[in-house]
Design a protein. Structure first.
Length: 157
C-alpha cells in the first residue's frame, strides 16, 4: 500500500468514524492534534466542527440577548407586574452574556449586528406574553447595548 493510499484509507476511516461515533472521532482527532499527526486528521470534518463552534456561540449570544430584551420590555411596559422572576431572568441573562463576551471578546462586535433582529423577536415574544399589542413597543430598540442593556445596574423605567 502506497503512502497516498494509506492516507486515503485513513481519511475514509476517520470520516466514517465521524458519522458513526462522534465521541470516538473527537478523541481520535484530539490525539492526532496532541501528537501532531497531521496525516491522521480528518481535515474536512474538523474544519466544519471548528466553524460550527463559532456559530454556536453567536446563536447562544443572540438567544440570550432576545430573552434579556423580552424581559426588559416586560419590565418597562408592564411595571405593575414586575416580579422577582423577571429580575432574576434579567440578571441571569446579563451574567451569561458577560461570560460569553469574556470567553470570546470578538463576540462584542456581533451584538450590534444582531440587536435589531433580537429586538424584533423579543417584541413578538413580549406581545404573546403580555397581551399588549405590538404597536406598544418601538419599532427599533430604544436602548444602547453596552451602556444600558448589558449594564447590570441599569433598569428601564
Amino acid at each position: 500500500m502506497t503512502m497516498a493510499t494509506a492516507r486515503q484509507f485513513e481519511h475514509q476511516t476517520t470520516a466514517t468514524l465521524y458519522e458513526t461515533d462522534f465521541l470516538a472521532w473527537t478523541e481520535a482527532q484530539a490525539e492526532a492534534l496532541r501528537t501532531r499527526q497531521a496525516a491522521s486528521l480528518d481535515w474536512v470534518n474538523l474544519l466544519e466542527e471548528v466553524e460550527s463552534m463559532g456559530a454556536s456561540q453567536r446563536r447562544d449570544l443572540e438567544s440570550r440577548l432576545t430573552v434579556l430584551l423580552m424581559h426588559l420590555i416586560k419590565w418597562r411596559w408592564q411595571p405593575e407586574k414586575r416580579s422577582t422572576s423577571w429580575k432574576l431572568t434579567i440578571r441571569g441573562q446579563r451574567r451569561e452574556i458577560e461570560r460569553l463576551l469574556k470567553q470570546s471578546p470578538s463576540l462584542k462586535g456581533y451584538v450590534p449586528e444582531v440587536l435589531a433582529e433580537a429586538w424584533n423577536d423579543a417584541c413578538e415574544d413580549a406581545e404573546d406574553e403580555t397581551g399588549l399589542p405590538m404597536q406598544t413597543f418601538p419599532t427599533g430598540c430604544p436602548w444602547d447595548a453596552t451602556s444600558q442593556i448589558l449594564d447590570k445596574a441599569w433598569w428601564p423605567d
